[in-house]
Design a protein around this ligand. Sequence first.
Ligand code: ADP
Ligand code: MG
Length: 209
Amino acid sequence: MTSLVRRGILIVFEGTDGTGKSTQLQLLGHYLQDRGYSILTTREPTEGRYGQKIRSLYMDRKQYSREEELELFLADRREHVRQVLAPALEQGKVILCDRYFLSTVAYQGALGFDPEHILKLNRFAPDPDLALLFQVPLDTGLDRITSGRGDLLNDFEQRDNLARVAAIFGAIKRPYIRPIDAGGSIAEVHRLVIECVHSLLPVFSTGRV
Ligand code: ADP
Ligand code: MG
C-alpha cells in the first residue's frame, strides 16, 4: 500500500481463540480514549458481505474448499482495507483491529498453505504498527472458550487445529509482532498490553494527545 497517506496507527490483536483478544481490545480502547486518542475499533471477519459468509462457515467448514475459504478471507480484507482501515489511517485514527492477516496466515496455514505464500497474498494490506500476539497454554484457551463463553468448540477451535494454529503464529517473524503472555488475570494482561503500546504511541503522539 505505497499510496496510503498514513498518519494513524494500526494495532492488531492476534492469537488463537480464548486468549483474551476481544477482552483486551475493549480495555485498551477505553484506556486510550480516556487519554484523548481518537479510536476506531473494528474486527475481521467484518460485518460485510464476505465476512458474513465466513461466519456461516464457522459451524460447517466443509461447505467450502480451502482455496475458496482463503479467497473469502482475502476478499473480506480487501473491502475492510478500502472502506475502513485506509480512510481511518489517513484521518490519523488509532485503529484497534480484532484479528488481521496474521490470523489468515496461521489458520489457513494450519490447512496446509505455506505461511510465507499467504503473507505475500496479503501485501495489499497495510502492515500493522503493532501486532499483539496473545499466547496461552492450549488448555487455558480451550477452558476459556468452553466455560467462559459457555460454548461448544466451532470448526476453527478443535484442539488439534488450535495447536497447529498456535505453532504457526509463534513461528511468524515480523518486526511489529510482540508476544503477550496472556495466561495471567485480565488486569495483569492489560498491564502488559499497555507497556507494549506505550513503546509505540509517544512516537506518533505529536498533536494528537
Ligand atoms: P478471544 O477474543 O481471544 O477469543 P475473549 O476475550 O473472548 O478471547 O475471552 C474468552 C473468554 O475468556 C471470555 O469469557 C473472557 O471473559 C475470558 N477471559 C479473557 N481474558 C481472561 C483472563 N486473562 N483470565 C481469565 N479469563 C479471561
Ligand atoms: Mg474474540
